[in-house]
Write a protein that binds this ligand. Sequence first.
Ligand SMILES: [Zn+2]
Ligand SMILES: [Zn+2]
Length: 279
Amino acid sequence: MSLLPIFDQNASQIPNMNTLPGLPVELLLSITDFLPINDWICLSLCNHRLFAIYNHRYKSMWPTREMKLTILRQLQQDLPRHFICYQCYLLHLYDGSESFGLSGPKFWEGCPLRCRRLIRKNFFELELLTEFGYWNYMPRRFSFLHLQLAMRRFYLGDEFGITTESLAYTQVRFHPSKGSWPGVTYLISTDARIRPEPPGLHIRMHMYICKHVPGWQKERQLDAMVKAFFQGKYFSRSKHTCKRCNTDYQIELCVHFDQLALVLTTWFNLGPGLTPDDP
Ligand SMILES: [Zn+2]
Ligand SMILES: [Zn+2]
């Protein structure tokens, strides 16, 4: 059901009796007997009169989250600049800026949505955090919001979502030697691209291995690589797949400018971004 033509009417005008909003109250109320509740809640948002008539009927109800999502999805079809927030179950306006992306010195610092700054940890999020001893890096949280907005741009057009470039991130850090730890230079990066068939957002991240892989397994895989390297192979590479989430990752050991370099690469397929429940 498209609602926008009725939205355009001036709210102060008395609707014509020949139109849907101008029908007598009794008829308008009896219409609700033939519509699912989500449809007549959407209908009530078309103008002030319909809202006044229908609102007193449903205001005592507490719609479930599922029902709210059904209504929001219907409204979103007519309001493509808005997107569903799965944190607060509202439609938020996408203002066309890239501030919704990952770029910036800290995650969410530039995001215009207050609800994103209050977001609960692990709420549809992928925490892009590397953990290597005392070398803690600035955590980057990739949320469903990023996937949703990047895919909306792909589905609807440039003005409806963020670019995949706004999801790219690069950080270079040098850690001087400390105690028994040698000095190390780290390069952490993420980049994203959308594949059209089947539609999905793919993230490539360096210096990260899926959190489902236990520490002992990572150590064993790294040990095997180091062993092969010192046995005379000056380049060694192994590929693995996380059994829990099917994420592929690769470990490489090579010599780069006379220095030993460890390269960890993980590829995530985050799916089509239609709902947080997408595979
Ligand atoms: Zn929100
Ligand atoms: Zn995993």
